[in-house]
Write a protein that binds this ligand. Structure first.
Ligand code: FES
Length: 123
């Protein structure tokens, strides 16, 4: 039911934790299940150079958090903004249909982190 990649990122999540001097922080909650995800980003020259997460959520949400913080590294802010829930699910070799909403958290928390970064650096 879960792909090997989902299980791998759930059992061995990458990039857990916080970035104390993050340039942007994004949080997103799922009103249906109550799960919450927080993503921290470091940005240099318009590019995301580091990302970490803290997630209070299901196994799929942990795997999504781990994957999104992996794929976002070295992307420009515009490239990162184009990462959708479908992108994340595809990178994980799919999620069960009833777990697709968990990938929303990753895409939305990342977008919120970028919006936070941009609002902090607005001229
Ligand atoms: Fe809540 Fe997966 S069940 S994010």
């Amino acid at each position: 039911m879960y792909s090997e990649k989902v299980m791998d990122h759930f059992m061995h999540p990458r990039n857990i934790g916080e970035i104390p001097d993050a340039d942007g922080i994004g949080m997103e909650g799922n009103p249906v299940c109550g799960d919450v995800m927080k993503i921290y980003i470091k940005v240099k020259d318009d590019r995301i150079v580091d990302a970490k997460f803290q997630t209070f959520g299901c196994g799929a949400a942990i795997a999504v958090s781990s994957m999104v913080t992996e794929i976002v590294k070295s992307k420009t802010l515009d490239e990162a903004l184009s990462i959708s829930k479908a992108t994340i699910a595809n990178e994980l070799d799919g999620l069960p249909p009833e777990k697709m909403h968990c990938s929303n958290l990753g895409a939305d928390a990342l977008k919120n982190a970028i919006v936070d970064y941009k609002s902090r650096h607005a001229q």
